[in-house]
Design a protein around this ligand. Structure first.
Ligand code: GDP
Ligand code: MG
Length: 151
């Protein structure tokens, strides 16, 4: 089992896509481990996208990410990092295949709805940044499977 960090960006939240996106991940078979609707500070946005700090679009990217609420999540499943990236689709929505989240819900690279970690190392770093120790496997938390045992 693997965990990956996924975040619905402010455009996705504004467009009312939290529900449809959760549905796609659940239908695929991922298990939701953590979820938080939040506003992020500039500092956290810069840390999150640290690998892009030299890029010309970095300022625009950070401003965009702090422009509204985001929905931060941790999903678990076999090969979760790669499987989530496939569900999300190509970075540029114009090149993203129909059926993927970016392919179905976005047109422009600057507003491409959703983020997914690009490697297991990035996933660990991003889960720590957004959820700290809560996202570590083995920490007891409410489990949706327990619902089966309720009358
Ligand atoms: P991802 O891993 O598929 O999200 O893509 P990258 O890690 O390469 O880029 C991070 C994010 O930067 C992308 O999801 C885009 O939202 C954004 N981005 C990439 N290229 C551009 C660009 O040319 N202009 C702007 N404004 N944003 C960009
Ligand atoms: Mg990336």
């Amino acid at each position: 089992m693997e965990r990956t960090f996924v975040m619905i960006k402010p455009d996705g939240v504004r467009k009312g896509l939290i529900g449809p996106i959760l549905t796609r991940f659940e239908q695929k078979g991922f298990k939701l481990q953590e979820m938080k609707l939040m506003r992020i500070e500039r500092d956290k946005a810069e840390q999150h996208y640290q690998e892009h700090r030299e890029k010309a679009f970095f300022g625009e990217l950070v401003s965009f990410l702090t422009s509204g609420q985001v929905c931060a999540m941790v999903w678990e499943g076999p090969n979760a990092v790669a499987a989530a990236r496939l569900l999300i689709g190509h970075t540029n929505p114009a090149n993203a295949a129909p059926g993927t989240i970016r392919g179905d819900f976005a047109l422009e690279v600057a507003e491409n709805i959703i983020h997914g970690s690009d490697s297991a190392e990035s996933a660990d770093r991003e889960m720590e940044l957004f959820f700290g120790t809560d996202a570590k496997p083995g920490i007891p938390s409410f489990d949706v499977d327990e619902l089966d045992s309720y009358p």
